[in-house]
Design a binder for this molecule. Structure first.
Ligand SMILES: C[S@@+](CC[C@H](N)C(=O)[O-])C[C@H]1O[C@@H](n2cnc3c(N)ncnc32)[C@H](O)[C@@H]1O
Length: 433
């Protein structure tokens, strides 16, 4: 199995080569959870931890930074003892980009929501850049810096100030006593937090953290861009529909979306990605456009006005509720069709019926589109493909598939849509041969 196939099974596991090395690691049972040792910390890996070695064994260490020396405590032994997971519990030599964490709930054994509260924003973005370059190098065999002819910058999304107060949708876990909190890293344990610094203040202003939620297993709070925040008691409470506004250079879109459905959580994210894709794909009147993994249809809406009634947009989405909202959101555009189906089945059918597309937008979930969808998208012959991705490993792998089918990677932008965490969003554009 080659590296790219490995990534398709588990993009999360596509670290910086250390996992492969870890497979040949030390014998099982040599070390126990809770054991402590001092390590020199190496590069960042996909997933927010850094790679270190202890007596020849690979250790994935959280709460640290490349170049640091830390005392690490083992938190988990990987399958077959192939690698260890550990937390840095004491910093013996600090990296220059280390800062005191603004959030009192972050740190070893505490809330698992943020990975990088202990890193300044520039440092977080540098780590994200390193992960992206590593994934493209490993999975696409592409030196992205050389390919782009510039240093990739992980950019702030529009409106981001200090990386705090941005999260407009937060799911708090609720314990058996009805107390809300956030989960510990890789655990079902609930840490009963009294604040969350990355949450939009309007989320906290609902009082969600100062009230109990008897009978709920979780409580979702959504602070939409239009109207008041809503609190959803999971699983039995009503699930209201909210409205989200996307401000583009020349117009505004307003869409309905379920309070439990997919919507970008950073308030500047949707407009940043839609503007980037529109700019790069440069739609023309009469174009046939496909919006794959369409959600409630934000990309379809943005393209519809441009292609006009001589063109067409088909939005393909698998989720029933999202599809219903997409139909409502796009009802004003007769040239838009919303199809509820799995994308792999829909594009297969299109290829079989010898359909063509001029432009394709792909915005898949974390696992990416995968080999077959990439092959079939290429088979539709679009002149340009825009790919929006939240996982650099899945994107790198799928860009590789599209390159195999003759497409050329024109550009990539990376956005810090999830500050304080290791997560990011990327947009890539590929052109037909
Ligand atoms: C990352 S979201 C993007 C949604 C939308 N483009 C947006 O920006 O709001 C991915 C969407 O793909 C849908 N999805 C996931 N797997 C799918 C599949 N195999 N076929 C069709 N839709 C799928 C999800 O329901 C979700 O709405």
């Amino acid at each position: 199995m080659n590296t790219r196939q490995n990534a398709e099974q588990s993009p999360q596991g596509a670290g910086n080569g250390a996992e492969n090395e870890a497979a040949n690691g030390a014998a099982e049972g040599a070390i126990a959870v809770g054991e402590r040792f001092v390590v020199d910390v190496g590069p960042v890996a996909h997933g927010g931890h850094c790679v270190a070695r202890h007596e020849g064994q690979v250790v994935f260490v959280r709460h640290t930074l490349p170049g640091e020396q830390v005392r690490a405590e083992v938190t988990e032994i990987g399958p077959g003892g192939r690698f260890l997971r550990a937390d840095a519990i004491e910093v013996l030599r600090a990296a220059p980009e280390r800062i005191p964490a603004p959030c009192p709930w972050s740190g070893p054994g505490r809330c698992g929501g943020c990975d990088w509260q202990h890193v300044d924003l520039a440092g977080q973005r540098a780590l994200k850049k390193d992960v992206i370059l590593e994934q493209f190098s490993r999975l696409t065999r592409l030196d992205l810096t050389a390919h782009l002819g510039r240093e990739l910058e992980v950019e702030a999304v529009q409106g981001d100030q200090d990386g705090l107060g941005w999260r407009t949708r937060v799911e708090f876990a609720v314990d058996e006593g009805g107390r809300p909190g956030l989960r510990r890293h890789r655990s079902h344990d609930i840490v009963p937090v009294d604040t969350c610094l990355i949450a939009d203040p309007r989320v906290l202003d609902t009082g969600v953290l100062s009230t109990t939620h008897p009978g709920s297993t979780a409580v979702d709070v959504v602070a939409p861009s239009v109207g008041e925040p809503v609190v959803v008691e999971v699983p039995h409470g009503p699930v209201p529909v909210v409205r989200e506004r996307v401000i583009l250079a020349d117009r505004e879109l307003e869409l309905e979306v379920s309070s439990r459905g997919f919507w970008q959580v950073h308030p500047g994210a949707a407009r940043t990605f839609v503007s980037t894709v529109l700019d790069w794909l440069d739609p023309r009147p009469g174009d046939q456009v496909l919006d794959l993994y369409a959600g409630v249809g934000v990309f379809a809406a943005a393209f519809a006005e441009v292609v006009g009634d001589r063109g067409s947009v088909e939005a393909v989405e698998g989720d029933r509720v999202a599809t219903e909202h997409a139909r409502d959101n796009l009802a004003a555009f007769p040239e838009v069709k919303v199809t509820r189906d799995r994308v792999d089945r829909a594009v297969r059918r299109m290829v079989r019926s010898k359909r063509r597309a001029d432009l394709v937008v792909l915005d898949p979930p974390r696992t990416g589109a995968g080999r077959q969808v990439c092959r079939d998208v290429a088979g539709l012959g679009p002149r340009t493909i825009g790919y929006v991705a939240c996982d650099p490993a899945a994107l790198a792998r799928d860009v590789g598939y599209l390159i195999e089918h003759g497409y050329a990677l024109r550009d990539v932008r990376a956005f810090d849509a999830f500050p304080m965490t290791h997560h990011m969003e990327l947009v890539a554009v590929l052109d037909a041969p």
